[in-house]
Design a protein around this ligand. Structure first.
Ligand code: FAD
Length: 318
């Protein structure tokens, strides 16, 4: 649906909602890279019922995209068509102990907060979240993981709202998890999830959390405008080793650079466009393939329309 058409619907869509609906909202403010054009409409629902009611009345041909804390997103300069849904901490930021070594967390809870609450509750197995700057919704979609643990090892079941506004409960098996991937329908917006931990002393958990923080500070450019690991680790190797071997550590395109500190992290040095970042990524993929024959796969999600600088051709069409 074209922008003017969607804007015409705005008064109708805004009527009766309890959350916030904003037209033409720049997304650079909500991504770690600090790049990206606007969303035609940005909706921040007040709670699950508000989200479901909004989706029920939104015409079916309008694309919908949920975003979390924007730590794995490269939004292109032309912005996103349709409605971007961002769950607010007010309606989706709750976290509670529910017994049986389990915690229930809203999708807007930052991963670090889940780790913190679990530590206080004496529940181990969540320390890896201390180093991941996303929220629970993004962790559920990406199967976020680090230091040998992944979201799929802790998640028991989750609640989601589909594109038509219907509520679903999905088990861990329904999520069809793989490395940094879930095969669950892209239609689903996760609203909360139940996680199960392993009883441990708070002292032991805190020591694990401290080790995670120490590792991040030493090895990753965590204070930069970045999206974390740019590429997934290929079978039998590490993405950073392939990037390094291809001579791409520190490589730049415009204001985008492969970090000197961790060469699988791409950074916006201050002036990068979405185009610079994507072109840098594709250049690295090409050089790695030419050097070692490895086809690196993007871990970062690239979304939206290209801007004035035109499209970036994907290397080998992938
Ligand atoms: C410094 C740094 C370090 C990082 N380290 C790691 C790491 O060690 N391990 C790791 O796995 N990742 C890491 N990442 C990447 C990122 O933090 C994770 O992928 C994280 O899980 C993304 O969560 P998010 O809330 O930021 O999601 P976003 O980046 O906003 O979105 C990511 C994807 O999730 C979807 N999504 C978001 N919310 C919802 C929802 N409620 N319902 C349905 N879909 C949703 C989006 O549509 C998108 O496809 C790192 C990133 C940075 C910047």
């Amino acid at each position: 649906m074209s922008f003017p058409d969607l804007l015409e619907l705005y008064p109708d869509l805004a009527r009766g909602i309890r959350g916030k609906l904003t037209p033409n909202q720049p997304l650079s403010a909500v991504t770690w890279f600090r790049v990206g054009g606007p969303a035609q409409l940005l909706f921040q629902p007040a709670d699950e019922d508000d989200l479901a009611a909004f989706l029920t009345k939104l015409p079916e041909d309008v694309p919908v995209l949920p975003v979390g804390l924007g730590s794995n997103l490269l939004i292109r300069d032309g912005g996103l068509e349709g409605v971007v849904i961002r769950l607010s901490a007010k309606g989706f930021g709750g976290i509670e102990e529910i017994g049986g070594n389990r915690l229930k967390a809203g999708a807007a809870v930052p991963d670090k907060r889940l780790a913190e609450v679990a530590a206080k509750a004496g529940l181990g197995g969540f320390a890896f979240y201390t180093g991941i700057p996303g929220g629970i919704g993004g962790a559920l979609r990406m199967n976020a993981g680090a230091h040998g643990t992944e979201t799929c090892q802790r998640m028991v079941e989750l609640t989601a709202i589909d594109r038509k506004g219907q509520r679903h409960v999905l088990t861990n098996a329904d999520m069809d998890y793989a490395y940094r991937h879930s095969g669950a329908s892209k239609d689903l917006i996760f609203t909360s999830a139940v996680f199960e931990g392993i009883p441990m002393s708070e002292e032991e958990i805190r020591a694990e959390m401290a080790a995670v923080v120490e590792h991040r500070e030493r090895a990753q450019p965590i204070r930069e405008k970045t999206g974390g690991s740019t590429f997934k680790n290929p079978e039998g190797s590490s993405a950073w080793k392939e990037v390094d071997a291809a001579g791409c550590r520190g490589l730049t395109v415009g204001g985008a650079q492969m970090s000197e500190m961790h060469c699988n992290f791409m950074i916006n040095t201050g002036t990068a466009s979405g185009h610079d970042l994507e072109l840098l990524g594709e250049t690295v993929r090409k050089r790695v393939f030419e050097t070692s024959g490895v086809r690196l796969e993007w871990e970062i999600k690239r979304l939206g329309r290209f801007g004035d600088e035109g499209p970036v051709e994907p290397f080998l069409g992938a």
